[in-house]
Write a protein that binds this ligand. Structure first.
Ligand code: ADP
Length: 399
């Protein structure tokens, strides 16, 4: 059974074709600059060199046609007929409080995703465009939507309602939603597998640390709290996003600088975080390099990031009333040896005994706590595409 996984942005489209008989990736690629000059498709058949083609790509429909052409191409393709495709799975950023699980796409689901557009005005329209383009190109192909927010729908109201007048929640749906849910779900369940224990018996803090970052408390396999919220700026310091900030700071800056909401939003999303503090870069590697050369603001950005992560690990252990595992994933979580080292030292009071000698690992599964540590500390590469492919198979087979 072959499943095409799609992640559509406003001008880009990432794809992976899975053979679900063994969950292998047959091919993957990226279409960039859709609707803009300089469009290109980069297609990689597994274990082969990438094939890059510069070609005008006016819209998502054309992008999807090109992807299918590449998949069928006798030289770099992996299927001989489109009939081999069993289904397509789409990443959808926001499911609001309407979608708590993945769903098979029909007209009602499309309407539901559209209703959530005000909550994710940049992302959901792009996801919808991709879904509709796929329907146009292959109308008979079953399609599934997998939401970034769905895993967090198990949070209790005490974790997702904000302390502002209740009607903003009940009437305007202003609440914590959380993001990166597919990733937190994947690594929490994988951690249980690696530990050989049922996920229902575990209290896990999952740290998804990339350009965008979030930390989640996963109790018994269910998300019970997470650091991202109504939007994607709170929690820990990110590449260019601010992390937790007193809301009065925002009002004060807007007033002092005469800024409108759009300008302030740009500051919070694009000019803050590791970039805003260090003044060097949003990329952790550049900031680590600058700090090593004595740049004090770069060092401050690193210190803040480490501090925020430790603070949430402690907070979520207390919130869950215990801790069995801490998991690191995404770009920084999987590769940031020094950040993990700084976060994990002196966590013995929580029962987590770090083993620095096991921590020299990048991008692969490894337990980095001592053998006798009560709490496991783990590095687990995330695989959101695989979750999408698995959910797609499940939903298509059960119809
Ligand atoms: P996104 O949120 O865009 O998917 P990623 O998960 O790819 O982001 O993470 C990007 C971050 O990972 C960047 O800050 C990058 O510097 C960091 N990163 C990647 N490799 C390393 C490394 N070897 N050491 C430290 N940080 C790394």
């Amino acid at each position: 059974m072959k499943v095409l996984v799609l992640n559509c942005g406003s001008s880009s489209l990432k794809y992976q074709l899975f053979d679900m008989t063994d969950e292998s990736v047959l091919a993957k690629g990226l279409v960039e600059r859709i609707g803009i000059d300089g469009a290109r498709i980069k297609h990689v058949k597994t274990d082969r060199d990438p094939v890059v083609t510069d070609v005008p790509i006016p819209n998502h429909k054309k992008a999807i046609q090109l992807v299918l052409d590449r998949l069928l191409d006798p030289s770099c393709g992996v299927i001989s007929s489109l009939d081999e495709l069993a289904a397509a799975g789409h990443r959808v950023v926001h499911g609001g409080d309407r979608f708590a699980t993945s769903v098979r796409i029909d007209s009602q689901v499309l309407k539901g995703i559209e209703e959530v557009v005000p909550l994710a005005p940049l992302h959901n329209p792009a996801n919808l465009t991709g879904i509709k383009a796929m329907v146009e190109v292959l109308p008979q192909l079953p399609q599934v939507a997998v939401f970034d927010t769905a895993f967090h729908q198990t949070m209790p109201p005490r974790a997702f309602v904000y302390g502002i007048p209740y009607h903003y929640y009940s009437e305007n749906r202003i609440r914590r939603y959380g993001f990166h849910g597919t990733s937190h779900y994947f690594v929490a369940y994988r951690a249980a597998e690696m530990l050989g224990r049922p996920v229902e018996s575990l209290k896990i803090v999952t740290c998804h640390l990339g350009n965008g970052s979030s930390i989640t408390a996963v109790d018994g396999g269910r998300s019970v709290d997470t650091t991202l919220g109504f939007g994607t700026v709170p929690g820990v310091l990110m590449g260019t996003r601010c992390g937790d900030v007193d809301p009065l700071v925002v009002l004060s800056v807007m007033e002092a600088e005469g800024m409108d909401t759009k300008a302030m939003s740009h500051v919070l999303h694009k000019e803050s975080g590791v970039f805003g503090i260090s003044g060097v870069s949003s990329d952790l590697r550049d900031v680590e390099e600058a700090a090593a050369k004595g740049n004090e603001r770069a060092q401050l950005a690193l210190d803040m990031l480490v501090y925020h992560i430790r603070k949430y690990i402690g907070a979520y252990a207390a919130a869950m009333g215990g801790l069995d595992a801490i998991v690191f994933t995404a770009g920084i979580g999987e590769n940031g040896v020094d950040i993990r080292d700084a976060v994990c030292r002196d966590l013995e009071f929580l029962g987590a005994r770090f083993a620095p000698e096991k921590n020299k690992v990048r991008g692969k599964e490894q337990i980095i706590s001592a053998d006798d540590s009560r709490v496991a500390i783990m590095v687990i590469p995330t695989n959101e595409e695989l979750v999408i492919a698995r959910d797609t198979v499940k939903l298509v087979l059960t119809r």
